[in-house]
Design a protein around this ligand. Sequence first.
Ligand code: NAP
Length: 226
Amino acid sequence: MNIAVFGTGTVGPAVAAALVALGHDVVIGTRDPEATLARTEAGPMGGVPFAQWHAEHPGIRLTTFADAAAGADLIVNATNGSGSLPALTAAGEENLAGKVIMDIANPLDFSQGFPPSLNPVNTDSLGEQLQRAFPAARVVKTLNTMNASVMVDPGSVAGGDHSVFVSGNDVDAKARVSGLLADLGHRDIIDLGDITTARGTEMLLPVWLRLWGALGNADFNFKIAR
Ligand code: NAP
């Protein structure tokens, strides 16, 4: 499959490399490719600067959001929550129409410091905002409830014995995303229902953040025992 991964932070490169390893053709979308390659700072989670990562993955092209989306069958949204609507808008409605958008972003609001709050929350979600803004696209919220390393290597935590959620209005889109999740090694994929159920998984983030603090590392995930 031709996949466009939007995001040059921690999640985008991790997911892009994992999808390439599964045999997909992957491009990464960014606002300004030259500016992204010129960055020298390490990622927020201590990763290497994007240019260094990119040099180690020469098969993954870096381009604009619009160019990446134009040739893609499926788009992964791994942009900052506050940047997701701008990123998809820059991609162009015509380049998103009919396509599956696998949305990993969380609407974290750091304006009042740490821990962040959520915006939107309770009666709306980022997943719903994206679906409303691009009604012809098929948004599936998933993977936002775990760390990037667990997303792409679920077996690294408890042998993969934990859960991942999918939320979306389109049954076929959820099936395609669930197939990718299974290929990545996820075994307990729980379909929560339509895109409004993304409110629930986005609202797990306050719990996830406190667990991170309490456990002292991000190598954990939620398991729905039943
Ligand atoms: P991030 O720092 O949250 O986001 C980086 C990406 O957001 C970059 O590609 C950047 O574009 C884009 N971006 C930021 N502001 C933008 C704007 N105004 N317009 C367009 N694009 C904008 O990176 P991350 O830590 O990898 O997280 C990505 C998403 O996944 C976030 O929503 C986060 O909440 C969620 N998430 C992260 C983790 C994790 O392990 N880090 C786990 C679960 C969910 P440029 O490339 O142009 O700079």
